[in-house]
Design a protein around this ligand. Structure first.
Ligand code: PMP
Length: 302
């Protein structure tokens, strides 16, 4: 059984608090309507001992966009946001380990969109330095909701109700992750990452308008593909195209680049030349082994 880590500190109400102290009231909209938007941010221990957080400004900007779309006030400047993350990670970090941080804006006051007040709460968890294991991927019977109901562009906690159901469905079918199709029956994304396929040496991924989050990792993968001389195209992907792809991977901050070994129970070729090359280059860039100009790292002050 996987259990959530309970790190010593949480950033809440403008300062560090103990894990047990970090509570929300049952009456707030964050609890009654699940009103929150969040980000998942990854930081890696670098070869020189520093700690580098990947694409921090891009995550801040996406959090701002999610908050704006749900009318949740978010008036922290980038520097305030960055310092809060630095403060928490600085207090929890262990040498040579990576971390995943989740800044969340919870609606702590307000009623049906009036007088909304939010709090920036940040939790951070330790991660060990292992490349992601290859997975069995399935296609869920649950769908990504359309832009007019729960827009995929908004990274809100409530969007993950369907992902949770899809993961449960996947578990029963020995799939570690599941693809959600969109309302047109085409590939939207996986439960917490985007989908990449390869056909005849070209990487394809569905555009965000197919029901995928505007992924920051995808932009990195695109830049790495260009550097490696691999063509990268955003276009819709049919369900059957997924089943006949030469290679498949998922990508996201937490998933990094995860290779897929079977799709809907059909094994894929073991040799994944293109996506394995992308995976290696991605990990080298974020770990600071072979930096890439597109991959911005913000270093924790030493
Ligand atoms: N789609 C979903 C549903 C996600 O949760 C994530 C992870 N944030 C992604 C895609 C990938 O986004 P990113 O590369 O910005 O982490």
């Amino acid at each position: 059984m996987v259990q959530l880590q309970k790190p010593k500190f949480v950033f809440m109400g403008g300062k560090l608090r103990s894990w047990d102290e970090a509570m929300l009231h049952v009456g707030c909209e964050a609890v009654t309507r699940g009103l929150n938007v969040f980000e998942g941010i990854k930081g890696y221990s670098q070869p020189d001992g520093r700690f580098g957080i990947v694409m921090l400004r891009r995550h801040y900007e996406r959090l701002q966009r999610s908050a704006r779309l749900l009318h949740i006030p978010f008036d922290h400047t980038y520097d305030e946001f960055k310092n809060a993350i630095f403060e928490l990670i600085g207090s929890l970090r262990e040498p040579d380990r990576d971390m995943w941080a989740r800044p969340t804006l919870f609606a702590i006051e307000g009623y049906w969109g009036e007088y909304t007040i939010s709090d920036l709460v940040i939790t951070a968890y330790h991660q060990d330095k292992q490349p992601p294991e290859s997975i069995n991927l399935g296609v869920s019977t649950w769908q990504r909701s359309p832009d007019v109901s729960l827009p995929a562009r908004v990274k809100a906690g409530t969007n993950y109700q369907v992902a949770r159901l899809a993961k449960m469905e996947g578990r029963a079918r020995s799939c570690q992750d599941m693809v959600l199709l969109n309302q047109w029956g085409r590939v939207a994304e996986a439960t917490g990452s985007c989908v990449l396929i390869v056909r005849e040496g070209v990487i394809y991924t569905p555009p965000a308008t197919e029901g995928a989050l505007e992924s920051i990792t995808l932009d990195i993968v695109e830049a790495l593909s260009h550097s490696l001389g691999i063509t990268f195209i955003h276009r819709p992907i049919d369900r059957t195209e997924l089943l006949v792809a030469d290679e498949i991977a998922t990508c996201g901050t937490l998933a990094e680049v995860t290779l897929v070994k079977s799709i809907e129970g059909l094994p894929l070729a073991e040799e994944k030349t293109i996506l394995a090359a992308i995976q290696t280059r991605y990990l080298e860039a974020v770990r600071g082994i072979d930096p890439h100009p597109f991959v911005e790292l913000s270093y924790l002050p030493t």
